[in-house]
Design a protein around this ligand. Sequence first.
Ligand code: ZN
Length: 347
Amino acid sequence: MALYAELHRHLGGSVVPRVLWRYFERHGADLIARFAEYSQFEDFYTRPRNSLDEYLELHTLVESVQTVETLPYFIYRLLRGAYIFENLAYLELRYTPYLRTPEHLSQNARIDKMAEIVDVVGKGSYVPEYPIVTSQILCMHSRLPYEVNKAIIDLAAQNQQYVCGIDVAGGDRYYQERLEEWVSLYDYGRSLGINTTGHLYETTDGCYPQLLPYLMRIGHGIQIPLLFPQLLKDIAKRGQCLEVCPTTYLKTGTLQDIRQLKLVFDRCFEAGVDIAICTDNAGLHNMRLPFEYENLLTHDIINFKQLQICQNAAFRHAFAWPHHQPPASLLNRLLKPELPKVLTMTD
Ligand SMILES: [Zn+2]
């Protein structure tokens, strides 16, 4: 039994179409009235989009039903699927807490409500029958004002029991107009000792070298090896890890063929840059982490040895994995105590 670490999964995009359909059947039939049957809904929900913007619009559909009352329902099903079908031992869930607060409230009232959301997600993620180590990454959002994003950082700092880092999401081409603001927000986050990742170098619109020094991991980052391989040396020196989510690039129109990722992996391996393979929006993609692995193997993008290197890198770069080793060595000791060899994180 292999156990995996998932470092990049959005709470909104993690709801598989069947679970969302069932939820709508029970609680929001009007939202699915235009679909005669489930297969039509699944097709609408999971089909590729023309751009990242169009793709991100789907998130709002799920965000609108993920409220403080319904979050435990969705999180329970997420963990159940992740444990049973994906063999996850570790999961970082990311989302923008502000977007789960009631829209009719004032900005300040919504900021005040964010702590409750973090608490509900944290408590909902503790499911003894599906023992996965979980933590939250709070996403700042490219279309939210500075005050809200700063409050998200403060919230992360105040809730280390449940939160392991911050991110910026919402479409990477919108960073440009407020670049200094993003730099100062990340600088502030780092000054508080918060772990950082950020959606960057995902598309050709999202290439901002000014932000790179502030990130411990890079959300996607595929345009670095593809278009700016000269940056890889510094990325390796800083020990930054790329969170590569293969299916995303086909769903957003960023890449036309998954085999384009071969160059990403080859150049990163060559430069000594770690890659964690992730799903991003497993539900929207109707995808599970083991299938992402398998896809990369069957398309000859990586081999088994490289896959294991990436799987170990995911545990090493996990912000809240509480052990010094990946699960294989822990399981060895538990299941075969007579074995003398102990694997370490560098194996
Ligand atoms: Zn993402």
